[in-house]
Design a protein around this ligand. Structure first.
Ligand code: XLS
Ligand code: NI
Ligand code: NI
Length: 439
């Protein structure tokens, strides 16, 4: 079998002083941080679509990428070559997981039956490579947005035949994910949203989306799929308004349709910023609602209003993300999936390695710092102190339910002193910087 990345050796840990950008400065998979190794904490995954199927084209220009499978014309042969290249890449990078959409790994056929056949043939190959390398599937998903039939949505399409087709496609993708031992199955509502309310019945579309997800959960039970079902929020793009806007919106939807026990959230950094939140906000919102399931690790550009899916290199962000993940008790069975792509100007295969290595290092360093911040109780102490008035006296009565408006008004009429304390934001920001830069 040919080697697709012959110029790259396995990436190894070189330590903070290493000047080789094809070595890890911080990611040392076997190193223990608290009770788990870095590998167990971080559960890194490569996104098949961004890494092996994109060509760098954008609305203003054609593809730019040079890829080792470029000269293969037959779509199935090309798909097989990508599987070999993919597993070579995963192994050289040293990631334990990958993620895919059904249509990334195998080409779409003339109809659903042919697409399913293509998928089966490629999945045989994927399964062999998984056995051979030990690389596992973090999650599978269905691509329900690329084909023209999905122009109005899939589960929320006004056309019932499209709803049925989407159900058939997801059914197959779930079977394949189950067969490959996938630990999660993701629903990102690609075109589940609207361009204009002038032609849309939002109530009916949401009801249909609820029906679709209920059927998916039922089917997961039917086939004994024990993985986690995840919904990935995103506020816009490709539609003007996506129904899965953000974590809070998705949780309200799941509760309305009785699905909250069956689905958790797959939260993506760039989607958080598009929704007007920072990444930590979304992670914390998921965590406090017991719904933080998995993470699409990337970052956006603050000056650009769309999903740029850049590799995460902002250590400030990765530190606070890892802080939330540690507070959550980890992500398993979820993980950190690099839903990220190299820029179209970074067209050489080696750039795929640079991108992933820098993202893995940024999260590994974030993990180290977040762990130390928690060990030293830096924020915990300040936050506990800030809310301490609820631990005794009138505060404890509010929390226990003993207090009501009568008793509180009486208390307030006899109490003029407020023992307020400083929020200390600036002090905390300075301590955080010291931990990031020096610990
Ligand atoms: C697109 C989404 C997509 C999902 C998987 O913006 O992030 O890549 O993660 O369908
Ligand atoms: Ni994503
Ligand atoms: Ni995205």
């Amino acid at each position: 079998m040919s080697e697709y990345f012959p110029e790259i050796d396995a990436i190894t840990y070189g330590g903070p002083a290493s000047e080789d950008p094809l070595s890890f400065n911080y990611y040392d998979p076997d190193r223990e941080i608290g009770s788990k190794t870095m590998e167990e904490h971080l559960r890194f995954s490569v996104a098949y679509w961004h890494t092996f199927t994109e060509d760098g084209s954008d609305p203003f220009g054609v593809g730019t990428m040079e890829r080792p499978w470029d000269d293969i014309d037959d779509p199935m042969e090309k798909a097989h070559a990508r599987v070999d290249a993919g597993f070579e890449f995963f192994e050289k990078l040293g990631v334990p997981y990958f993620c895919f959409h059904d249509r990334d790994i195998a080409p779409r056929g003339e109809n659903l039956a042919e697409s399913n056949e293509n998928l089966d043939e490629i999945v045989d190959h994927v399964e062999e490579k998984m056995d051979e390398t030990g690389v596992e599937l973090l999650w599978g998903t269905s691509q329900l947005f690329m084909e023209p039939k999905y122009m109005h949505g899939a589960a929320t399409s006004p056309n019932a035949d499209v709803f049925a087709h989407a159900a058939g496609q997801v059914k197959k993708a779930m079977e394949v994910t189950e067969r490959l031992g996938g630990e999660n199955f993701v629903f990102w509502g690609g075109r589940e949203g609207y361009k204009t309310l002038l032609n849309s019945d939002m109530g009916r579309e949401l009801d249909n989306m609820g029906r679709f997800l209920q059927m998916a959960a039922d089917y997961a039970d039917d086939i004994g799929f024990e993985g986690q079902l995840l919904i990935e929020p995103k506020p816009r793009e490709p539609t003007k308004h996506q129904y899965d806007f953000d974590a809070a919106n998705v949780l309200a939807f799941l509760r309305e349709y009785g699905l909250a026990d069956r689905f958790a959230l797959n939260l993506e950094a760039n989607h958080a910023t598009l929704a007007g939140h920072n990444f930590r906000h979304e992670l914390q919102y998921g965590r406090i609602n017991d719904a933080l399931g998995s993470v699409d690790a990337n970052q956006g550009d603050k000056l650009i209003g769309w999903d740029t899916d850049e590799f995460p290199t902002d250590v400030y962000m990765t530190t606070l993300a890892m802080y939330e993940i540690l507070e959550n008790g980890g992500l398993a069975p979820g993980g950190l999936n690099f839903d990220a792509k190299v820029r179209r100007e970074s067209f050489e295969p080696v750039d795929l390695f640079y991108g992933h290595v820098s993202g893995m290092d940024a999260f590994a360093r974030g993990l180290e710092v977040a762990h130390e911040l928690r060990e030293d109780g830096i924020f915990e102490e300040v936050i506990d102190e800030r809310y301490s008035s609820y631990e005794e006296g009138i505060g404890a009565e509010i929390v226990s339910g003993e207090a009501d408006f009568d008793s509180l008004a009486e208390y307030a009429l006899n109490n003029d002193g407020f023992d307020l304390s400083s929020g200390r934001q600036e002090k905390l920001e300075s301590i955080l910087n010291r931990y990031i830069l020096e610990s």
